[in-house]
Design a binder for this molecule. Structure first.
Ligand code: AN0
Ligand code: CP
Length: 317
């Protein structure tokens, strides 16, 4: 593997999940793979889990790791070609990227959707420039339209906890005070369909995701109906995708918050969220603290999804 930005890069998902469980059973078996190899992680946005789990995964593989927070300590980067750079950004991405490539063997990039321009976001303008100009293998640590390391960790978590071969997995929108990207729900829907689960997505009208990511899933606008018989509830907020509301908050309806009453409609479902989560907006204290909550297991599996992806990239260097 040279690039990892989508489920399409992972090949056969069942094979990848098996490989991930093998990695999990023996995390330090591939210490020699990363010897004298350097990972550079570049963050345009904040992170707790991705930063720590990816660094840990790289260390498990014997790699050296460098982390750069763009906008904090590094020069602010211009991303538009052709602008006269007389503003507050002293350096252009077109020099910065090949320079970064000089110092490392593998690059991880976090660059969220900015919601300034839908076409730029959905063409993955930033991470694709890293792919084009760095000369290095590149993987997504959440880009504009997807968060594949999170979805991979979530699929590992479902595989470890499912009680039937084809569980009903429900992705539900929930309210949030800020406009959040569609990356997590896009990837979760796409990977859950690829894993062969029964996938239902529920959200208020106007929150339809891009069909590119939801193909194979059923949309159910009635949240209570969607929850019936569910084996896994995956909650997430996202801002509107469809024009003319791209990037906007259309609803603050707290009746969508996942609570015990709603979980009571399910087939004793597990609760999932990628974190960070706003308690009592997305999910109540009781549900996230319940024994059916998998949020910490998901975060733990981020180390495993990252290690599996890095292992494949190193094997191909
Ligand atoms: C981000 C998002 O919704 O994409 C990161 C989630 C992993 N969340 C926030 O910005 C709160
Ligand atoms: N789930 C996740 O990616 O968390 P961070 O934003 O903290 O990395």
């Amino acid at each position: 593997m040279r690039y990892f930005t989508s489920v399409k890069d992972i090949g056969n998902l069942n094979d990848a999940l098996k490989e991930a469980l093998e990695v999990k059973a023996n995390k330090f078996a591939y210490q020699d793979l990363g010897k004298n190899r350097t990972l550079l992680m570049i963050f345009f946005n904040s992170s707790l889990r991705t930063r720590l789990s990816t660094q840990k995964a790289a260390m498990n593989l014997g790699m050296n790791v460098m982390v750069l927070d763009v906008n904090q300590g590094a020069w602010k980067l211009e991303t538009e070609r052709g602008v006269i750079m007389d503003g507050d950004k002293p350096e252009h991405l077109l020099e910065a990227i090949p320079v970064m490539g000089c110092y490392c063997d593998v690059i991880g990039v976090r660059a969220f959707a900015t919601f300034e321009n839908k076409e730029d976001d959905y063409s993955e303008k930033i991470i694709n420039q890293f792919i084009k100009y760095s000369g290095r293998p590149v993987f997504s640590m959440e880009a504009a339209t997807g968060h594949p390391l999170q979805a991979f960790a979530d699929m590992i978590t479902i595989e470890e906890n499912k009680k039937k071969p084809r569980p009903k997995v429900v992705l539900t929108w929930a309210p949030h005070p800020r406009a959040l990207p569609q990356a997590v729900p896009n990837s979760f829907a796409q990977w859950a369909v690829a894993a062969g689960y029964e996938v239902v997505i529920t959200h208020p009208e106007g929150y339809e995701l891009s069909k590119e990511f939801t193909e194979g899933a059923t949309i159910e606008y009635d949240q209570n109906k969607a929850f019936e018989g569910a084996d896994f509830i995956y909650a997430k907020n996202w801002a509107a995708y469809e024009d003319p509301n791209y990037g906007k908050i259309l609803s603050a309806d707290r009746s969508w918050t996942v609570n015990e009453e709603k979980m009571g409609l399910t087939a004793n479902a597990y609760f999932m969220h990628c974190l960070p989560v706003r308690r009592n907006m997305i999910v109540t204290d009781e549900v996230i603290e319940s024994e059916k909550s998998l949020v910490i297991e998901e975060a733990a599996n981020r180390e495993i999804s990252a290690e599996t992806v890095l292992k494949r990239i190193l094997e191909n260097l």
